[in-house]
Every structure is written in C-alpha cells, then in structure tokens.
Design a protein around this ligand. Structure first.
Ligand code: UT7
Length: 320
C-alpha cells in the first residue's frame, strides 16, 4: 500500500510587490535581493487570509484530482501563520469547503510543514485508516515580518499550495525527516507574551528573526544528506529522478544542493523568483506550477524536500 498525488492547486494574494517596490520604502535594491536570493517579486496579503487562500488552493486541487469534497477524509495543513490559535487552519478549510467527512488539523514544522504533513498523511493512509487526504502548506508570513528589518522582510511572501493525496496499491513513497531543536534559535518568532493575574510581560509583538548564514549552512549540508538517504532507501539513483522540488528559500541553496548531488541545475525548477520564500507553502506551490505547465508525467520519479525553522527537514521520493 502506498500513496500518490492525484491533484494540485494554489492561491496567491492579488498584490505583487517587486524588489524595486521595496527599494522605494527601505534601504535595499533589486541588485542585492536578486543576486543574493534569486527573488524578484513576492505576493503580499491585503484582505486575503491564510485559510481563505488555503481553501482556494484546496478547491483547485480537488478539481484537478476529479474528487468530490465528500470523499476527503483527512485534511492536514502545514502552517506557522494560521489566522487563529484555534480553530486550526485545517478546520477553517473544512468549514469553508463543507468537507464534513474529514478530520482536520494543522502541523507546525515551519518551512518543512508541507513535507511533515505529507508524511503524516502517508502514515494514516498507508495504515488503512483513511483513503483520501488534502495536504496543504499555507502562509501569511507578511503579518509576522518586521518591516523595518531588511535582512528578513525582503525574503518572504504569502500564498497557499494544496495536494490531493490518494491511497493506492502501486507506486513509490519513501521518506526521511528530522528535527534539531537545539539549533531552533537561528530562526524564531515568539508567540504571545504571558499576561495573566500573576505575570505581566507586556504586549510587544515579536517578529521573525533569522541568522541567515547559519540557516544557509544547515540547509546545504542537511538537504543533500536527506535526499541521498531517501534515494539509497529506494534504490534509485539521482539520475533517475525527473525533478527535485525543493523548498524555495534561496536559489544559491538549490545550486549548492544540485552541485553536491552532481545533478544538473535544470532538474531544480523554481518559483521563488515570483513567490519569495512562502515557508510551508513553497513545495506545493512549485508542484502546482509544474503540474499546470505539463512538466509532470505519470511514472516520473520526483524528490520533494522542505527545510527550515525548528530546525526541521523532510524529504520524500514519490512516483507521479
Ligand atoms: O525558509 C527558511 C530557510 N531560510 C533560508 O534558507 C535562508 C538562508 N540564508 C540566506 O538565504 C542568506 O543568508 C540571506 C539571503 C538571508 C543573506 O545573505 P548573506 O550573503 O548571508 O548576507 P548577510 O546577512 O551576510 O549580509 C551581508 C550584507 C550586510 O551588510 P554588511 O554588514 O556587510 O555591511 C547586511 O547588512 O548585506 C546587508 N543586507 C542588505 N543589504 C541590502 C542585509 N539585508 C539587506 C537587504 N538589502 N535587504
């Protein structure tokens, strides 16, 4: 028993913010952002919400899969920027779609959120507990950015990507995942402060802080190792893989991973030039972009990998 992705979908906020737009309001430039990251523009939410974009992406994925909402029995959303502490983004999507037969919950594994959600769906589906899952990555990161910190705010964007995942008899699904909480401080954002009858910590909101170079070093060593682990487990060579669909944080990370794996950069498609880093959403956003362009053929072997806050990482080899 295994799983297969049967459909994909995505949604972005309407408003495009280019590097030049940012350079008008802060001390940065298209040259700095493009050459350091490959990012040219990102979408920023105005009235869009994490759950609203996620529901739109989910509807598109169900349509692509030819599946009715009643057939969905599991909804998992990878997110660190849900609209509420509770209800979860997944429960909000369930309500919005009328997916009355589904159990729904969120997973916070930062930029690995979609991969951790996919692995969790695999465990449920492969065990026979559920049959059809909606797996998403959805973020409104713009609300947790410090817009006075040019070293982080220029990197991130908003959006949501979805995949319909089905239990199937045949196919490949091999995965690896890990966490290293000891290094968690290199990418962090505090939740609400304690303000109760006994303690008053104040009401200063916190924003994302990142030690970019530490995260960079972590990514370029951990991601190729995780990919190699999965390929070894499956007995598949890197040459046999059609595409490496990686978390879109920085084009230099993708180039470094390609080099370490001795694989052509052409096998590492990108969407970060148009999306920026959308944390948990980048892998399904890119997958949907590729699907729409007709790049994915039945039987293709695809490696997907997410990495980031926690620290966390998750990789899967699938057959399309
Ligand atoms: O999704 C989570 C995973 N996240 C990542 O994978 C991020 C990984 N890290 C990175 O992608 C890179 O470390 C960054 C793109 C975040 C930063 O690139 P860097 O080459 O490590 O730059 P830096 O932080 O060392 O900064 C170099 C210079 C500094 O100036 P000085 O001190 O050399 O004078 C910064 O102040 O660039 C300056 N700088 C900027 N300049 C113009 C920082 N941000 C900006 C900016 N525009 N937006």
């Amino acid at each position: 028993m295994t799983i297969r992705i049967a459909g994909t979908g995505s949604a972005f906020p309407k408003t495009v913010v280019t590097n030049d737009d940012l350079a008008k309001v802060m001390d940065t430039s298209d040259e700095w952002i493009s050459s350091r990251t490959g990012i040219k523009e990102r979408r920023i939410a105005k009235d869009e919400t994490t759950a609203g974009m996620a529901a739109e992406a989910a509807r598109a994925a169900l349509k692509d899969a030819g599946m009715t909402v009643q057939e969905v029995d599991l909804i998992i959303v990878g997110t660190l920027s849900a609209d509420h502490f509770t209800p979860s983004c997944a429960c909000e999507i369930q309500a919005e779609l009328g997916a009355v037969n589904a159990v729904a919950f969120d997973i916070n594994a930062a930029c690995s959120g979609f991969m951790f959600s996919l692995h969790t769906a695999y465990a449920y589906l492969q065990s026979g507990l559920y049959k059809n899952a909606l797996v998403l990555g959805a973020e409104t990161l713009s609300k947790i950015m410090d817009w006075e910190d040019r070293s982080t705010c220029v990197l991130f964007g908003d959006g949501a990507g979805a995949a319909v995942v089905r239990r199937e008899e045949e196919g490949i699904f091999v995965f690896d995942q890990g966490s290293d909480g000891v290094k968690g401080k290199v990418l962090s954002c505090k939740a609400r402060l304690v303000n109760n009858l006994l303690v008053q910590q104040g009401h200063e909101p916190d924003y994302v802080h990142m030690d970019g170079q530490e995260v960079y070093k972590f990514a370029v060593s951990t991601v190729p190792a995780s990919i190699n682990k999965v390929l070894d487990k499956a007995g598949v060579s890197a040459d046999e893989v059609a595409y490496f669909v990686l978390h879109q944080a920085n084009i230099r990370i993708l180039q470094s991973v390609a080099k370490r794996l001795k694989v052509s950069e052409d096998k590492f498609p990108i969407i970060l030039d148009r999306s920026g880093n959308v944390s948990a959403a980048t892998v399904p956003l890119l997958l949907d972009d590729m699907n729409k362009k007709g790049m994915l053929k039945r039987g293709d072997k695809i490696v997907m990998s997410g990495f980031g806050g926690g620290l966390t990482w998750g990789t899967a080899l699938i057959e399309w």
